[in-house]
Design a protein around this ligand. Structure first.
Ligand code: HEC
Length: 649
């Protein structure tokens, strides 16, 4: 395994190894076609379909047992179980090994072995290319809609309120009960749908687990263009309106940042902002005055499950790049470079400090010249003051102007879940911030910065007093899957926080069903509205128990929430997207997405759990991705667009 090769290496050797891996990646990059035409997809499909029957060659089952079973046969959160992988096609698994989530793991696996294990494991149907009918006709021009039909980036406002005003939403709370499915788009061959949609003048830009970015017509879901990135794309598009047109900047799960021409999908530049092989660029980039700010997190926490993995060396960071050419303006790491700190009981060297990854989109405070980020835990000792914190960075230099840590000494990694040797002493409790801070002006005309944590706490900080805590209120029990997980929303009166509080049956006398599908169908979830000025609860409503109870179902509401005037949208692991009245939390609308859909691009698709990026609303459409097996929920691969007839004259 890769990890064993790292045995006993110091930081300089680690760097050398990372460098070697990068050379290989660069070589691979030249093979990856960028703008994907239907003809290219057809050719690729033909190539995969014509694999030889592999009479002799490596044994896929043996490779699975040696390289994969250690993780994918475990009943542990954070790893999709073997049963989920078997739903994928062999070519999809190959894509994941080549330039997807398993790229680092697959490093020592030869081409033949990759093909063998992909064929052995993948029992799902091959992904057909989109038919010609899935593409827009020339008369449907890209971004030809009204400017108001837009939701740019993680939030329609750079202050990350996730509030869409009525004129842009094209929808009010009275319309909500009449929302119906307009169209569905399938992410061919994927088992997860986690990209955050961006809408620009009636065109949707959205990434996928298969690393394809698609430009879709909001009205019909037809495809304007497709772009193959170097890794799965969860981030929303940062949008830069410049003299040369509109540039989209997004990140992938392998550390690459891409800039594309929004009109054509042609690449302007791409750059790998983090050398660490465990990098995950999940938080969406944000653009301000020609500079894009890219947050970095990692899944090194999970790699520590292997007792031979030297834990840990990843450092959370923000990189500021010029949108024009990708030149780095500044870079800020949240922890100092790691040093060798000791040896585990298994004889593996340990490194630290590490962690403090940034999982969420940074928040813009143009008035004060600051960029706010929220950070995760440390993965190894020593603990730092920058983990589980809200930090204010100078927009021009990246210097830390102030930081407020809401949980000290949170040193944790996934090995602690199975009590294996890489777990640091006194571990936990894994109370990251996964949600962006929200900068909002209250009805008494005072700016506050609100942040919700996996601990289940919501904090209001004073941006004029170095983040002094004004109030704090508990909205959930908290845990490794949140508490507040991916995001809250605010309409200037209240802040709305959904709780995950995902609960597992294992360890509570329940039966582990299969893989990590041991979710408690009755525990978790809940929504709370807090008064922005006082932090007092205005209303709260519990999660919906799964009826009937079933595996892979939980009432947890870990997905980011979205608000329009009078209505709040929240997705759940149970597969439902629900809308609630912002006045009293009364249910206005309830849509079960956990079923099969006929798609406009002809790809077989079904919905599953809702998690990650929440709904996006613009131009009379409510967009939501369905399918998220990562933490034990239901797989799925569909983008759904809801609307009402005649929302606009
Ligand atoms: C060290 C543990 C580990 C090992 C070893 C490992 N995996 Fe994974 N695998 C993971 C984790 C964790 C994820 C989820 C990654 C993420 O956060 O994106 C994953 C995700 C995947 C996915 C993506 C599923 C999706 O959502 O599309 C595939 C496919 C996969 N692994 C295949 C393999 C194969 C094949 C092997 C053996 C060659 C392997 N894995 C070895 C931990 C591991």
């Amino acid at each position: 395994m890769v990890q064993n090769r790292l045995w006993g290496l110091g930081v300089s050797e680690l760097k050398k190894w990372t460098g070697h891996w990068r050379t290989r990646l660069t070589r691979f990059r030249s093979l990856v076609r960028t703008v994907v035409s239907p003809a290219y997809l057809l050719a690729l499909w033909g190539l995969v379909a014509s694999w030889p029957a592999a009479a002799v060659g490596p044994d896929g089952a043996a490779i699975y047992a040696k390289r994969c079973a250690g993780c994918h046969d475990q009943t542990i959160a954070r790893i999709p179980p073997r049963s989920a992988l078997e739903k994928l096609s062999p070519s999809h698994i190959l894509k994941v090994l080549d330039f997807g989530a398993m790229m680092a793991i697959a490093y020592p696996v030869t081409r033949d072995e990759r093909e063998a294990v992909a064929k052995f494991l993948g029992k799902g149907a091959e992904d057909p290319p989109p038919p010609a009918s899935a593409f827009c006709t020339p008369e449907r021009r890209i971004m030809a809609g009204p400017v108001r039909d837009s939701w740019e980036g993680w939030s329609p406002s750079p202050e990350n309120t996730r509030f869409q005003p009525t004129d842009r939403a094209g929808l009010n709370s009275a319309d909500v009960p009449r929302l119906k499915l307009k169209w569905a788009y399938g992410f061919s061959g994927d088992v997860t749908a986690f990209g955050a949609p961006t809408i620009l003048n009636g065109t949707i830009f959205i990434g996928s687990a298969g690393g394809v970015v698609q430009a879709l017509d909001a009205k019909s879901g037809c495809i304007h263009w497709l772009y193959q990135a170097d890794g799965p794309v969860r981030s929303a598009m940062g949008v830069s309106h410049d003299s040369g047109g509109i540039t989209l900047v997004f990140s992938d799960q392998n550390g690459w940042v891409n800039a594309l021409d929004a009109g054509t999908g042609k690449q302007r530049w791409k750059k790998r902002v983090e050398e660490h092989e465990g990098t995950r660029l999940t938080g969406s980039p944000i653009v301000h005055k020609g500079v894009v700010f890219v947050p970095a997190a990692s899944w090194e926490e999970s790699r520590s499950l292997d007792q031979g993995y030297p834990c840990c060396t990843f450092r959370g960071s923000v990189t500021a790049l010029r949108v024009r050419d990708g030149v780095v303006v500044w870079k800020r790491y949240l922890v100092d470079p790691p040093k060798r700190t000791g040896t585990t009981a298994a004889g593996t060297p340990t490194f630290g400090p590490s962690g403090a990854g940034i999982w969420s989109a940074p928040t813009m405070d143009a008035k004060r010249g600051l960029l706010y980020v929220t950070s995760g835990d440390n993965y190894s000792h020593p603990a730092t003051s920058t983990s589980d914190a809200v930090l204010a960075l100078d927009l021009k230099t990246g210097h830390i102007a102030w930081s407020v840590q809401t949980r000290a000494e949170d040193v944790f990694n996934s090995s602690c879940l199975s009590k294996s040797p890489n777990c640091p002493d006194g571990s936990g409790p894994d109370y990251d911030f996964g949600a962006s801070a929200i900068l909002v002006t209250t009805t008494s005309n005072k700016d506050v910065l609100v942040a919700g944590q996996k601990s289940g706490m919501v904090y209001a900080l004073d941006p004029d007093a170095k983040g002094r805590i004004i109030w704090q209120t508990r909205v959930g029990k908290g845990g490794t899957n949140g508490g507040v997980q991916w995001g809250m929303a605010s309409d200037g009166r209240n802040v709305y926080a959904a709780a995950s509080d995902l609960t597992r049956l294992s360890g509570k006398g329940g039966t582990v069903v299969s893989g990590n599908a041991d979710l408690d169908p009755n525990q978790g979830g809940g929504l709370t509205a807090l008064d922005l000025i006082t932090g007092n609860k205005v209303w709260s409503t519990p999660g919906y128990a799964c009826t009937p109870p079933r595996p892979r179902c939980s009432p947890a509401q870990s997905a980011a929430v979205t608000v329009i005037a009078g209505a709040l949208f929240s997705g759940s692991i149970d597969g439902h997207l629900r809308a609630y009245s912002t006045l009293d939390g009364k249910l206005l609308w309830d849509m079960d997405t956990r079923k099969s859909f006929a798609t406009v691009n002809g790809a077989p698709a079904k919905g599953g759990s809702l998690d990650g990026a929440g709904p996006v609303i613009a131009g009379g459409l409510v967009l939501v991705n369905s399918g998220y097996p990562r933490f034990g929920g239901e797989p799925g691969n569909v983008l759904l667009a809801f609307g009402v007839e005649n929302t606009r004259p």
